[in-house]
Each structure stands twice: as C-alpha cells, then as structure tokens.
Design a protein around this ligand. Structure first.
Ligand SMILES: [Zn+2]
Length: 303
C-alpha cells in the first residue's frame, strides 16, 4: 500500500486507488469526501464524490454533487464510514483490504451540541489529522466552554449589546445554533447557514437586515469588518468574538487537541500511526516520544 498527500487529503494506492478529500482528481480513483469544509473539497469541485448521506446533503447546499452511500464494496476493497465528531455529517473512512486502515479526516473525540464524538475502531494503520495534535494545545471541556460562552452572551445582551459569533457557515455555525437553541436563543444567520441548519432541525432566522434590538448573530469570519457599520445602522454596539480553536479566549474547536489525539490513538491501538494535515511533522515527533510508531505522511509512503 502506498500513500500520497494531496491538499488536506490522502490518495491510497494498492492496485486500486482511493482518494479521500484530495485537492484534485486522480484518474481511475474512487473519490470520497469526509466532510463539507471547503479545504477538503478540491476533488469535489470538479466531479461527483462519494460521502455519507448527511455530507451529500450539505454538498448539495454548496452546489456540489455528493453520491450518498452507506459504504462502498468493490472486488478488492471495502469502505465504511464512521462518525468523526468534527462537524455535522463528518465521517472517518475505514478502508478494509486485508490491512485495515482508518483515515480520520478532521476529527474530534468529545461530543458537542450537535455531533457525537469520533467512533473507535481497532485497525492496523491509523492515518490521523493532527491540526491541533501537538502538546501545546489543550482545550477545556465543552461543558466549561459552553458555560463560558453562555456567560459571555448573557452579559452583553443584558447590557443592551448585540453579540456576533464568528464561525464557518458549515460546521461551527450548526454547533453554535444548536447550543443557542438550548439557551432558548434563536440566532440570526446567513442563507447558506440556514439551509444547512434546516437539514439538522436547528432553529434560526435568516438575516435580511440588522436587527434593531440586542440579538445574537452567527456570521462567517470574513464579516468581522462590518461591526461598526452595524452599530451606526442600529445604534446598538455589536461585540464580536471568534469561536475557534485558534482563539485562546473562546477555543471551541471542531478538532481534537493533543490530549484527545493521544487518547484516540491509544484506543484505536494501531501498529502504525501516520500523521497528516497541519502540524504533521511535529506531531509525529511528539507521538514517537510517547511511544507510538508514528510517521508523517509524505509522498510515496510505503506501508
Ligand atoms: Zn474540517
């Protein structure tokens, strides 16, 4: 079996070709997408891709063609999908062909307001996303973070201010909408977020004009410059916060931190760990120090 990195994905060759979240298409490959974040949709932009049912629905919202399947069975390999715990619809790919390989895609072990945590499967080879898979990253639990977010929102609303939560329209926005709904808050969102929210039974209001009373809005990060305009338009101060593992003030991350990464590997118990994505090289060094047989994904990696 030979592995090749491609964008934030991986191409696996072993007689057959399976391309997972690759940045481009490969001739003769079965193309699979783990979730509907744009940085995993390179191949999907130029043709249909296999995915689970939920991700296929989200791809449709994004104007792309997903082929919804529960799994794929071919003569020389089989693919199954497992929950990845990253965002709505996200899956891991379990590739069975004599040697069992689990490709996590982006993943998270801890459940959140809208997804269950990543499922565990014992395999020979674990190909694991290590975006936050270095010891520097330790996130508080969702329980703590949700409490922090609740206080942040309630304090500002009671001061007569509006709150703008910045997060991607697919993924973070559904988690935030689900959490706000549990607080009894129905947020204002953009049409794309709304179309995805509807798929998962989440309650929101499509933002057509800036609300004239203190409210909670969920907007993509690129809207950060509009807060002053919102204030001038309504006379209400709008307080914005990035909800992301990259923001130490509100690190509600859709990825596993270092400690979840280690726990996940221990439970999967593979013979070989292949790190990929951001921090792959550094993560492999730290994981080897923990006693795992870890190597970073590189082109032509033979296993
Ligand atoms: Zn992602």
């Amino acid at each position: 079996m030979i592995l090749y990195p491609s964008g934030n994905g991986v191409l696996i060759e072993d007689g057959f070709k399976v391309a997972i979240d690759t940045s481009k298409r490969f001739r003769g490959a079965v193309h699979i997408v783990t979730h509907a974040h744009w940085d995993h949709l390179g191949a999907a932009r130029s043709g249909p891709v296999y995915s689970n049912v939920e991700t296929a629905e989200i791809l449709k919202v994004r104007g792309l063609e997903g082929i919804p399947v529960d799994g794929i069975t071919r003569e020389d390999f089989e693919v199954r999908f497992l929950d990845a715990g990253h965002i709505v619809g996200s899956s891991q790919v379990l590739l069975l062909n004599g040697k069992d390989v689990l490709i996590t895609g982006d993943f998270k072990l801890e459940p959140d307001a809208v997804v269950r945590g990543a499922e565990i499967e014992n395999v020979d080879v674990l190909v694991i996303d290590t975006t936050f898979g270095v010891p520097h990253f330790k996130f508080p639990s969702r329980k703590v973070l949700y409490r922090q977010l609740e206080v942040f929102i309630k304090d500002r609303l009671s001061d007569g201010r509006s709150v703008v939560l910045f997060g991607y329209s697919v993924g973070k926005s559904q988690e935030l909408t689900a959490f706000l709904n549990t607080m009894g808050i129905i947020p204002y969102v953009l049409p794309e977020t709304h179309r995805v929210n509807v798929l998962f039974g989440l309650k929101d209001v499509v933002l057509r004009r800036v609300p004239s009373e203190p409210s909670v809005l969920i907007l993509p990060p690129k809207f950060k410059r509009v807060l002053d305009a919102f204030r001038i338009q309504t006379g209400i101060e709008h307080v914005g916060i990035f909800v992301s593992g990259w923001n130490p003030e509100m690190p509600i991350s859709s990825h596993a931190d270092w400690y979840q990464t280690v726990r996940f590997i221990e439970e999967v118990s593979p013979e070989v760990v292949v790190t990929y994505g951001e921090n792959a090289e550094r993560s492999a060094v730290f994981l080897r120090a923990e006693g795992f047989n870890a190597i970073p994904l590189r082109s032509g990696l033979f296993l």
